[in-house]
Design a protein around this ligand. Structure first.
Ligand SMILES: [Zn+2]
Length: 228
C-alpha cells in the first residue's frame, strides 16, 4: 500500500528555515505578506535590513555625502530598521541609501532586481506591473510608478563605470527620434524657445535621420565582448 505523504509539522517547518537559501527565505516572506494582506513593521524591517545589507556590500555608506570624510560611525536605528550613519568630522547624518534611487523605497531588493530584469526583457509597463504584483506581491504598484522607475534607471546607469575596451573595437551609431510623450508642452527640437505640434503617427523626419530631431547613441564592442 502506498504510504500517504505526511504533512510536515510546524516545528519541522520552522527548522527547515535554517536550511533555506536567501531566495527561498524571501519567497517565504513574500508568501507571509500575501497571507497577511499587508506588510507589518517587522516585515518592513526585514525588507530594509536586506536592502541595507546589499548596499553595504556594494560599498555605500563609507563616505560622508556632505564632506567626503571616511570616518563614519553607526548612530542608532530608525523605527523601520534603517541604520543611521554619522560622519565624525562634520556631524552629518545619513544612511546607506542617501543619494541613491533606493532612498525611501518600500520595495525589496528582489522587486528591484525583477523590475530591471523586466526592463532588459523589454516587457511593457502592463507586463511588468502584473509580474511584480503577482509574483512579488506589490499590491499598490501602478503603471505610473513603474514608468517613473524606468525614467530613473537610465540616469543611474550613466554613473556606472564603463569597462575599458581593448583590442579591435567596433563602433556603430543609432539614431532615435525625439519623443516627449506625456508632456503638455512639446518643445521644438529646432528651437528650444518654441513648441512643436504633436505627432500623430511615426512619420519620418523631413530633415533625415541626422537632424536635431534625432538623438545619437554610440555603441562600441570589443573582441572580449565588453560593450558600451
Ligand atoms: Zn562629513
Amino acid at each position: 500500500m502506498p504510504r500517504k505523504k505526511r504533512e510536515p509539522s510546524f516545528d519541522e517547518l520552522l527548522s527547515s528555515i535554517e536550511k533555506m537559501s536567501k531566495r527561498q527565505r524571501q519567497q517565504l516572506m513574500t508568501k507571509i505578506i500575501k497571507e497577511n494582506g499587508y506588510a507589518d513593521n517587522r516585515t518592513k524591517k526585514f525588507i530594509n535590513y536586506d536592502l541595507q545589507e546589499h548596499m553595504r556590500k556594494e560599498g555605500f555608506g563609507k563616505v560622508c555625502p556632505n564632506c567626503g570624510s571616511t570616518i563614519i560611525v553607526k548612530a542608532g536605528e530608525q523605527e523601520n530598521g534603517i541604520q543611521r550613519l554619522k560622519c565624525t568630522d562634520c556631524g552629518h547624518r545619513f544612511s546607506y541609501f542617501t543619494g541613491t534611487f533606493l532612498e525611501k523605497t518600500k520595495y525589496s531588493w528582489d522587486v528591484w532586481v525583477e523590475f530591471i530584469y523586466q526592463m532588459i526583457l523589454n516587457h511593457s509597463l502592463k507586463q511588468t506591473v502584473s509580474a511584480l504584483v503577482e509574483e512579488y506581491l506589490c499590491p499598490s504598484l501602478s503603471e505610473r510608478t513603474v514608468f517613473n522607475w524606468r525614467m530613473k534607471i537610465p540616469e543611474v546607469a550613466k554613473e556606472v563605470r564603463q569597462p575599458n575596451l581593448i583590442g579591435v573595437v567596433e563602433t556603430d551609431e543609432k539614431f532615435i527620434h525625439e519623443g516627449q510623450k506625456g508632456s503638455l508642452h512639446l518643445i521644438s527640437p529646432f528651437d528650444k524657445n518654441s513648441t512643436r505640434k504633436a505627432r500623430k503617427t511615426a512619420k519620418p523626419s523631413k530633415c533625415g535621420s541626422m537632424g536635431p530631431e534625432f538623438g545619437t547613441i554610440l555603441c562600441a564592442l570589443d573582441h572580449t565582448g565588453h560593450t558600451i
